[in-house]
Design a binder for this molecule. Structure first.
Ligand code: FES
Length: 247
């Protein structure tokens, strides 16, 4: 692995520094996830097993919403993740190698305008995709609740627990979003009341800020939980494994 000649400060990265590991793991994980998603689009036509519905196929299948197969995967969830501030950092580092890490100089290209012009200006639509992602999240919560309802009544299965954990992680990812943090507190110069008592809005902003510090973690675990949930349901559909009902 060739090391960049020097950092923006003119000094070489510390020898033994594994700054390149994260970008390449990102390429591997996002690449495999992308291939899996395309496989679903072109070769799979259902994500439902009894009362379990794959998050890739919600809300199209359970709510009868007619979308082209590609749109099952490629609409809001993909656009929401692709424009996420955290994933943008990872994508720029992993796929474009520019910049590779903090302290590694950017390429000095003549016609590079960052996200201020085409083609990357569209990533500024992230806050609008956040609103749409909330709609998807509502459907996923309903799907998760429905997974606890069996013909005989309320029950708990391994699949329903997996779906519940998945939607909790997706909620953590969505509610720790930078756009949501800005929505809560971005327009305010001052939160406190005249007597210095923190307002409800300030407390909420503090809470979202705490979640926001873990946004990268939520981004990864929620992506893998979506993946895992679909794999589990798909194995049930193919009869490779059998459903486990706790009660
Ligand atoms: Fe990552 Fe909004 S910044 S989802």
């Amino acid at each position: 692995m060739a090391q960049p000649a020097e950092t923006v400060h003119g000094s070489k990265p510390k020898s033994g520094s594994a700054w390149w590991v994260e970008p390449y793991l990102t390429v591997l994980a996002l690449g495999l996830f992308g291939v899996y998603s395309l496989w679903l689009v072109f070769f799979q036509h259902t994500g439902q097993f009894q009362n379990l519905l794959s998050p890739f196929f919600s809300p199209t299948q359970s709510w009868g919403i007619k979308l082209l197969p590609a749109l099952w995967v490629l609409w809001v969830p993909l656009l929401f993740r692709a424009t996420c501030y955290y994933y943008r950092k990872e994508i720029y580092r992993g796929f474009f190698h520019d910049p590779m890490a903090c302290g590694i100089p950017e390429s000095r290209r003549k016609f590079y305008f960052g996200e201020t012009r085409f083609p990357f200006i569209w990533t500024n639509l992230h806050r609008w995709f956040w609103y749409l992602a909330l709609v998807v999240l509502v459907f996923l919560w309903i799907d998760a609740i429905k997974s606890f309802i069996f013909p005989s009544g309320f029950g708990v299965s391994l699949g329903s627990v997996i779906m519940l954990v998945n939607v909790i992680l997706l909620s953590a990812y969505s509610l720790s979003c930078h756009a949501f943090r800005h929505l809560i507190g971005g327009g305010s110069q001052k939160f406190s009341c005249a007597d210095g008592t923190p307002t409800t809005r300030y407390k909420l902003w503090r809470k979202v800020s705490d979640w926001n510090e873990r946004h990268g973690l939520f981004a990864w675990v929620s992506m893998f939980s979506v993946w895992f949930t679909d794999v589990y349901i798909r194995l049930l559909i193919y009869g490779v494994i059998h459903p486990v009902r706790f009660f």
